[in-house]
Design a protein around this ligand. Structure first.
Ligand code: AMP
Ligand code: MG
Length: 191
């Protein structure tokens, strides 16, 4: 990622899901976009975008999904569909000088590909995706890739907010950016 002038878009998605095999991976749909716009040099937050999305293939959230994400059926019932939310999200992106976007792992990239394809919505990014989980592992003496919660613990940080909520996950990734794009060093020598 080019970290010169401009902003990095940190993104985390939540999607419909189940724990009993009743929903194929390709049928999962985004139900929340959480995104934070970060100034590249200072790594300060400039702006945020959060929206719930009403799914169409599995419109009723499973109990598992609600437990995992804390997103309620009423949240998605009251939300716009994917095309309208993507239009608002793309307009928000266009208001900033974005040089790259990233997420914790590649799941979010692939989920966006599924949903843009399914709804025939234009791809919102014209800049490169960075897998922050990979960068975190490559930059530190860590043997295998770790989840966001573990990475925060390694950095001596607790999780702020509710895990598996898109906007809170994105904000917590931002708290790790000094260890990814800046000079911060993990407080513990080995893992
Ligand atoms: P996350 O960003 O870790 O909250 O995960 C993004 C999405 O992946 C969630 O909204 C779920 O759709 C799916 N997901 C995460 N963890 C699980 C899990 N343990 N079982 C099934 N789906 C999951
Ligand atoms: Mg999440």
């Amino acid at each position: 990622m080019n970290t010169g002038r401009g902003c990095v878009l940190v993104l985390d998605l939540e999607a419909t899901c189940c724990d009993d095999g009743s929903m194929a991976r390709a049928e999962m749909e985004i139900i929340e976009i959480g995104a934070v716009m970060v100034e590249c040099v200072t790594l300060h937050t400039l702006d945020e975008f959060q929206a719930f999305i009403r799914p169409v293939r599995h419109p009723c959230l499973t109990d598992f999904c609600t437990r995992l994400t804390s997103i309620q059926q009423a949240d998605v019932d009251a939300a716009d569909g994917y095309p309208a939310v993507l239009e608002a999200f793309s307009a928000w992106i266009d208001r900033h000088h974005v040089v790259g976007w990233g997420s914790w792992g590649r799941y979010d990239l692939h989920q966006f590909e599924y949903d843009c394809g399914f709804h025939q919505v234009p791809w919102p990014f014209d800049f490169e995706h960075t897998n922050f989980k990979k960068v975190f592992t490559d930059r530190h003496p860590i043997k295998k890739r770790v989840g966001l919660g573990t990475a925060l613990t390694m950095a001596g940080l607790g999780f702020d907010g509710t895990p598996h909520r898109g906007i809170d996950d994105a904000r917590n990734i931002v708290r790790l950016l000094p260890f990814l794009l800046g000079d911060a060093v993990l407080p513990l020598p080995r893992f």
